[in-house]
Write a protein that binds this ligand. Structure first.
Ligand SMILES: Nc1nc2[nH]c(O)nc2c(=O)[nH]1
Length: 458
């Protein structure tokens, strides 16, 4: 069958390819789920089977945004424990999270996904690590919500097995056993992981953090991931308290501990990585270990400023993450592009820390790299998957900013005229096309209230 084509013309384009190629006025042609051509000026004449032709005047086209760290379930516990550091915040929220059930998790996933997709995210991820006993198929519910939305998705099947009685931070009632966690993770990989070029669903192995999982879960989790050929994800080096925990319990800092358990490598990415010394950063660079930089959450929990410019200088793959919305109530990725740029300028390198173009790269190609998908998504190049966003930059918010990439990153969140995932429209004129946003808003509110009521009964 002949390919169906979508043609976008007369728009600025930031391809985020290896040369940062940009066009002041150019075209992108999408054929089925792939990018067929991109270049300056109008699209080639006499294209067949054009089902849609879009005049992109006043717009910028970029690759779709890639979110590399999130906890969808936290959509139901936003705005709580607002003035706490990480450990106090976790201790305050674990008992509520331990009461989650399948309808709550599905609804929270819908809310989290809707917020991201309407803001230009085309590849999402969820690090789900709370699996209360007897609550049904939570992973299946999350994956189903992503499929319904039409967004490309990685589920990092999380786990916790170190409760307080084993010296961990979470209460014993919130953790799984080592065997249950490993078996359920393997089952999720077998049921849902798709290794194909245009996969919409992938699974990663994701024990939660050094203070909530056993050394054995880290080691056996790494073995499982490598046996199955999937990626590994966890939280790392987030706070000084975590560093102290690792030094007291394991006699070394987090990065050395991760290395000792098989957790450095080009198939691993870690969230936060705030408290990294020069040798930690060099180890990440040497091994190709990736980082999900979460500037808003790191500020919200007063964790500190991750050394992103130094990481990039050492060759570390870095993407952006919103983190769970209990520690970043906004839940949309544009804020992270902007905050990555601004917050890193408060660090040692000052105004030269990051440029707008580097921030855009973190949110697109960098994200694709850390999710192991840089060959398929993250830049606009012929042959890659058609995940792209048409940002409207000719309204009051941006029209007087001459450079489109500067407008997009430094400016307010831009309206979206069109967002495509795998060549399919998921946002049209700022509205989600695949789901009912108002219905999701109503159900997230009622499920958040139900969770609060259940948690209050103890
Ligand atoms: N920002 C966050 N850090 C964490 N560490 C951990 O063990 N859980 C979390 C979390 O939910 N958010």
């Amino acid at each position: 069958m002949a390919a169906s084509r979508i043609v976008i013309e007369n728009c600025a384009i930031a391809t985020v390819d290896a040369h940062d190629t940009e066009y002041a006025s150019g075209h992108v042609v999408v054929a089925d789920n792939r990018i067929e051509s991109v270049g300056a000026g109008p699209a080639p004449a006499r294209l067949e089977n054009v089902v849609r032709r879009i005049d992109g005047t006043g717009h910028l086209v970029t690759p779709g945004l890639v979110n590399t760290h999130h906890h969808f379930y936290q959509w139901l516990t936003r705005g709580l424990a607002t003035d706490h550091n990480l450990f106090d915040w976790l201790v305050a929220l674990y008992p509520t999270w331990a009461r989650l059930d399948e309808p709550m998790v599905r609804t929270a996933a819908q809310g989290s996904l809707a917020m991201m997709v309407r803001g230009g995210v085309t590849t999402a991820m969820d690090h789900h690590y709370v699996y209360p006993r007897g609550t049904g198929d939570l992973s299946g519910a999350i994956i189903g919500a992503a499929a319904e939305m039409g967004v490309r998705f990685t589920l990092a099947r999380g786990s916790m097995d170190r409760g307080t009685s084993d010296g961990g931070l979470p209460p014993d009632f919130a953790v799984e056993s080592l065997d249950d966690a490993l078996a359920a993770t393997e089952k999720t990989i077998d049921a849902h992981h798709d290794a194909s070029f245009d996969a919409m669903t992938q699974i990663a192995v994701a024990p939660c953090s050094p203070f909530s999982v056993s050394t054995e879960l880290l080691k056996q989790g790494a073995e499982l991931a490598r046996r199955k050929g999937v990626r590994l994800h966890t939280h790392g080096s987030e706070t000084v308290e975590e560093e102290q925990f690792c030094k007291e319990l394991f006699g070394m800092g987090p990065t050395d501990y991760f290395e000792s358990t098989g957790w450095l490598g080009s198939d691993v990415w870690m969230a936060h990585c705030v408290h990294m010394n020069d040798s930690d950063i060099a180890a990440f660079g040497r091994t190709g270990t990736g980082v999900a930089h979460c500037p808003s959450s790191n500020a919200r929990l007063a964790a500190g400023i991750a050394r992103v410019p130094d990481m990039l200088g050492a060759g570390v793959p870095v993407g952006l993450g919103v983190d769970g919305t209990a520690s970043n109530e906004s839940g949309e990725l544009h804020t992270e592009l902007r905050n990555a740029l601004l917050i890193n300028r408060l660090g040692a390198r000052g105004e030269s820390a990051l440029t707008a173009r580097q921030a855009l790269r973190l949110g697109t190609y960098g994200g694709a790299q850390v999710l192991g998908r840089a060959g398929q998504i993250g830049s606009i190049e012929p042959g890659k998957l058609a995940d792209l966003v048409l940002w409207k930059l000719d309204t009051l918010a941006h029209a007087s900013i001459a450079d489109p990439v500067t407008a997009l990153v430094f400016g307010a969140a831009a309206p979206i005229t069109l967002s495509l995932v795998n060549g399919r429209t998921v946002v049209e004129d700022s509205h989600l096309t695949t789901v009912d946003e108002d219905a999701i808003a109503r159900s997230t509110r009622s499920e958040a209230q139900r969770l609060a009521r259940i948690a209050a009964t103890g």
